[in-house]
Design a protein around this ligand. Structure first.
Ligand code: SF4
Length: 206
């Protein structure tokens, strides 16, 4: 019999908080954020390197996480990481649905989807590209622009998505001063893309 961890009834919780989505299609909307620890991808510009080692985060009850989200007055959860799909999120999404919470998730796409999601944002990483069906399931494709080669990576990734998927280019935060003007010019020439900025960082909110 599967243990409680494998069933997704406990997860290595890094952070949970009620805030405003700062990025992408849902920017500006209130949501309850659930950040799960553990990532094996190793992006050099990662702004959450402290998420990489799941062992340093206590296993939290998934029921409690969803109860906290429900009690926060949030109408939606945003699950982020880390690589949360290295865990089975079927139970978490089921409990969120029982509470009538919308389920949004941000993923690199490198692991198979588990659970039911109202919105899947795929932010692919060149070191470990998404699985093919993640491109098909993506509601939103968000490419982080760190250097000029990332524009080519964005175009390559956009060849695989479904026709309804929204496309975003987002400057990596430490390079925002030099890269945002380049992204703006790129989008003016390639208007299928939209600009995403990390509003929460500009506004100093979590
Ligand atoms: Fe960081 Fe996300 Fe890259 Fe993992 S996939 S290293 S959490 S940016």
């Amino acid at each position: 019999m599967k243990d409680i961890f494998e069933q997704g009834k406990k997860l290595p919780l890094m952070q949970e908080f009620y805030s405003i989505q700062g990025e992408g299609f849902h920017a500006g909307k209130a949501a309850y954020f659930i950040r799960i620890g553990g990532c094996d991808i190793g992006c050099r510009w990662c702004d959450t390197k402290i998420s990489w080692n799941a062992d340093i985060y206590p296993l939290a009850s998934t029921d409690s996480i969803i109860e906290n989200a429900f009690n926060s007055e949030a109408k939606s959860i945003v699950v982020t990481g880390g690589q949360h799909f290295s865990y089975d999120l079927t139970y978490l999404s089921k409990k969120a649905k029982e509470k009538k919470l919308q389920t949004f998730i941000e993923t690199s796409g490198a692991y198979p989807v588990t659970g039911e999601w109202d919105w899947i944002c795929v932010s692919p990483k060149i070191q470990k590209p998404p699985l093919p069906d993640l491109y098909e399931k993506a509601d939103e494709l968000k490419i982080i622009i760190f250097n000029d080669e990332d524009f080519n990576w964005a175009e390559e990734a956009s060849k695989h998505i479904n026709k309804n998927c929204k496309l975003y280019l987002q400057p990596e935060w430490s390079k925002r001063i030099e890269n945002t003007p380049k992204i703006v010019e790129y989008i003016k020439k390639n208007p299928k893309w939209n600009l995403s900025v990390q509003l929460h960082k500009y506004l100093h909110i979590p």
